[in-house]
Design a protein around this ligand. Structure first.
Ligand code: GLN
Length: 487
């Protein structure tokens, strides 16, 4: 039995039936990591001992006849920008190469309470800036479907680990697409929840008005189960929403007959690879077969999403990253004569090229005389983008699009051209700007590579997004395919 190929809800059944133990489950994943990690390189740090200790605790509980929760004993891994008490959290940056947080992020605390053994921390683009994981200071992660291609980014390690069977689920962060785009490239489920639905306490901040934490999973039911564990109000995060949180599995299996699905014409035009377009067309047919009504819709301000994002995100990043000065924690440059020199040298040596580019862009956009022209203007256009969605959701239950205009691309093909790299996210940025939830599932394959299907919904409408995604998944079964690795 390939335990590393199964979703959490099936593994939970096996644990409860005592067909497997949690220790065997963790060991199966540690073995799988040993086999495929030389190729995939998803992990920054491994925590095998702690995972085994947690598995033993779960086994003792099962042996004593106690009930276990849905994620108890299910091995997970975390993007390396989520603070873990006593475990290195590098953000894949030289700046934080030695940073060991003294506390857990709220999501980490919640998953620990849920009893999920932690296998380790996962590679990413430095400070979550990028779309390919090539910006990691340490090494690039490979796409498990084609080792010559990128896994997407910035949560490339988190997507690749789940796709390659190196963790049952993982958490990533999404500021402009960093969960959905790598999920698409690696053929797994990835969700960016509504802004405020998941606490960001303990997430290393990139752009605070856009960042959200969310799950990578093998199927939609697992996504709902992980959301059940991590969503909820948190007084430690002032942007956390004090609302009632649903059971995210509640609507799975219910029909979507009669639903109205909008397909924004702005997402289906220029730059869309023919293979991706063909998969989307086929997927639309599946939704029609499921009884939904599919219609073209318009989100007229879509063309401004990219420029607006690349003003707002760098502006917020320039402010958030001001704290890395070599004084309190992280990297400190040697050999400076005075403190100002030390700041300068530390930041020049500690940050990579893309991070510096963003800090410069953002500082410029926020500087006196330019603030109104750039930052304020971008915020106003952001409102127009949000209003596009408000209007669309008056007519449609959900909006469907490709997650990315292309499948995973080869290493090095976009590194010299930041604009080409930024275009990987044209389909995902708007959901962050509008604060709405977005989910990427495996919509099929083009040339042997997975194609992501993105579903976007109204704020806090995750249960219905999951309902529609589940219906598609049950109908097509693409999620059951795994890349051939280590065989
Ligand atoms: N790729 C986008 C960027 O580089 C999005 C990153 C993210 O969502 N963290 O900013």
């Amino acid at each position: 039995m390939k335990l590393f190929a199964k979703p959490a809800h099936e593994l939970h059944g096996l644990l409860v039936q005592k067909e497997i133990t949690a220790t065997e489950l963790v060991e199966a994943h540690l073995g799988r990591i040993d086999t495929v990690e030389p190729q995939v390189q998803a992990y920054m740090t491994r925590t095998a001992e702690a995972a085994l200790a947690e598995a033993q605790r779960v086994d003792a509980k099962v042996a004593a006849g106690e009930a276990i929760g849905p994620l108890e004993g299910i091995p997970m891994a975390l993007k390396d920008n989520l603070c873990t008490d006593g475990i290195k959290t590098t953000c894949s940056s030289k700046m934080l190469h030695n940073f060991v947080p003294p506390y857990d992020a709220t999501v980490v605390k919640k998953l620990k309470e849920a009893g999920a053994p932690l296998l380790g921390k996962l590679n990413m683009d430095e400070f979550a800036m990028g779309s390919s994981t090539e910006n990691s200071h340490f090494f690039p992660t490979k796409n498990p479907w084609d080792l010559n291609c990128v896994p997407g980014g910035s949560s490339g390690g988190a997507a690749a680990a789940v796709a390659a069977g190196e963790a049952v689920f993982s958490l990533g962060s999404d500021t402009g697409g960093s969960i959905r785009q790598p999920a698409a490239f690696c053929g797994v489920v990835g969700m960016k929840p509504t802004y405020g639905a998941v606490s960001r306490y303990g997430l290393v901040a990139f752009a605070s008005s856009l960042d959200q934490i969310g799950p990578f999973t093998r199927d939609v039911r697992d996504c709902a189960l992980v959301m059940n564990a991590i969503a909820g109000h948190d007084p430690l995060d002032s942007t956390s929403a004090p609302v009632a949180y649903p059971d995210y599995t509640a609507l799975l299996g219910q029909s979507i007959k009669g639903w109205k699905i909008g397909v924004p014409k702005e997402y289906m035009g220029e730059g869309l690879e023919p293979g991706v377009a063909a998969v989307i067309d086929k997927a639309l047919q599946v939704f029609c077969d499921l009884g939904a009504e599919v219609q073209e819709c318009t989100l007229p301000h879509t063309e401004y999403a990219l420029p607006v994002y690349y003003l707002i995100a760098p502006a917020e990043a320039s402010s958030n990253l001001a704290r890395y000065d070599g004084v309190r924690y992280g990297y400190r440059a040697e050999g400076a004569d005075d403190i100002v020199e030390m700041f300068k040298k530390t930041r020049a040596e500690g940050f990579g090229a893309e991070v510096k580019r963003r800090i410069m862009l953002g500082t410029y956009a926020l500087s006196s005389g330019y603030y109104d022209a750039y930052y304020l203007k971008a915020q106003k256009v952001r409102t127009l983008i949000k209003q596009d969605f408000d209007q669309a959701f008056e007519r449609f239950d959900l909006i469907l699009s490709p997650t990315s205009p292309t499948v995973a691309f080869p290493f090095g093909s976009r590194t010299d051209n930041p604009l080409a790299m930024y275009l990987s996210d044209v389909c995902t940025l708007s959901a962050n700007l509008a604060g709405i939830p977005g989910l990427s599932i495996n919509g099929g394959f083009a040339g042997g590579m997975p194609v992501g299907l993105q579903l976007m919904g109204k704020a806090f409408d995750e249960p219905r997004l999951l309902q529609a995604a589940y219906a598609f998944e049950q109908e097509t079964g693409y999620h059951r395919q795994m890349p051939q690795l280590g065989e």
